[in-house]
Design a protein around this ligand. Structure first.
Ligand code: SF4
Ligand code: SF4
Length: 392
């Protein structure tokens, strides 16, 4: 089904397709292009099609809308673009326009409905937000909704998906061992809004942002710690963008790796145990390319006695996506898992004993990729490595 194409409204959005020099540098870094080898699926190809659509004012075809969502929002195209097109934001804004003409993919509509009804993407009862604390209930007892300078924000995936709960458990164990006084929001923790933001649903995510920030303010929080780069990016980048810089003034948002590194540098945690493992580090796109966090995780891994850090062929700002970003896992699970499998192959080539990262979405995708290619590779979240190396 096609609908009349509404002219792209946001300032500058109609300009980018004309700036593109058609050099094609972006094609060979784009996981969606590398999966299909269709130029129409590459960043260059999509810009070309968009330019034609804007000129002709033709209805937006459903297959073009699908192509825009066959994208992990990994940002590799932006990183390499020789004409400096801010492609990451651009793809989000095009998705926003697709939402405006009610052509969002089914999975995005489902998430939208779940968020409106339950304030989490799982459509679960908010009372179950604390499911992740099951194995550390003694450590979080009395921590919900108390005043503290440090808050831990678990996010929907860690809160509700049992296979990811260990990230929250690990962070709580580390905070406790380091003597950090912390609070958690419990059922007052709402989705960070990231699923909306990656779909271009900026207005829809506003109330979630306001709620989460108000709860942090009410509890006197100064620093919020995240295991999920998507949640972190929402607070650190999208909230001030949506609500103005004053909305987050005085609040610090830090990913797990930076938090753990701070504890290490302050002498609150110390690695003394030998941890003889060869680990390939995977940079999550939302921390690396999106926010320039490359070093904290590497500094932690370097500080662990016996651990050998291996860099894959594509690393840091050139790291290949895990396949799970940009809602691709929901929109096109087969493309997503093929991309994940390719990332696992890279780690195998450098002789890694296991892969590691710091992201619930990467954890799911890489584990799916391992299964998809029937690999012997293993995967660990950074918080797991820290807990094991500390002997907690
Ligand atoms: S963000 Fe990543 S997947 Fe999307 S078009 Fe750019 S390179 Fe391709
Ligand atoms: S790298 Fe930039 S200028 Fe070159 S084709 Fe891709 S989007 Fe266009």
């Amino acid at each position: 089904m096609t609908k009349p194409f509404e002219p792209l409204k946001l300032e500058g959005l109609d300009l980018e397709p004309t700036i593109c020099a058609r050099c094609g540098f972006c094609t060979f870094v784009c996981p969606a292009y590398l999966d299909t080898l269709w130029d129409s699926q590459s960043p260059r190809g999509k810009l070309f099609q968009l330019a034609k659509l804007i000129r002709s004012k033709k209805p937006i075809p459903a297959d073009f809308a699908a192509r825009i969502f066959n994208c992990t929002l990994c940002g590799a195209c932006q990183e390499i673009c020789q004409t400096d097109i801010p492609l990451l934001r651009f793809w989000q804004l095009v998705r926003q326009e697709i939402g405006n003409i009610e052509e969002w993919p089914e999975i995005v509509n489902y998430i939208d409905g779940a968020l409106q009804e339950t304030n989490n993407i799982m459509e679960m009862d908010q009372e179950d937000r604390m499911l992740w604390t099951d194995m550390v209930d003694d450590l979080v007892e009395g921590k919900t909704g108390i005043k503290a300078e440090v808050a831990y924000f678990a996010g929907c995936n860690i809160s509700f998906k049992g296979t990811l709960a260990h990230m929250g458990e690990n962070t709580v164990k580390i905070m406790t061992a380091a003597g950090v006084d912390f609070t958690i929001l419990g059922e007052e923790e709402y989705c960070c809004g990231n699923p909306y933001f990656v779909a271009g649903g900026f207005e829809q995510g506003k109330e979630l942002a306001k709620h989460n920030l108000k709860k942090m303010r009410d509890l006197g929080v100064k620093t919020v710690v995240f295991n999920c780069p998507g949640c972190h990016r929402s607070f650190a980048e999208e909230y001030p963008h949506l609500l103005g810089k004053e909305a987050t003034a005085g609040l610090e948002f830090i990913p797990f790796s930076e938090f753990a590194l701070r504890l290490l540098n302050e002498g609150k945690i110390k690695f003394t145990k030998n941890y003889p493992h060869e680990v390939a580090w995977h940079d999550p796109c939302e921390l690396g390319r999106h926010q320039n966090y490359y070093n904290p995780a590497r500094e932690i891994l370097d500080a662990i006695p016996g651990l050998t850090l291996l860099e894959m062929k594509h690393t840091k700002n050139k790291a290949r996506c895990c396949g799970g970003g940009g809602l691709l896992k929901g929109v096109n699970p087969m493309m997503s898992v093929r991309i994940s499998g390719r990332r696992v192959e890279e780690a195998t080539k450098v002789g890694a004993e296991f892969m590691a990262s710091e992201c619930p979405s990467c954890t799911m995708s890489i584990n799916d990729g391992i299964e998809h290619i029937a690999s012997e590779m293993k995967f660990k979240d950074l918080s797991q490595i820290v807990v094991e190396a500390l002997g907690l």
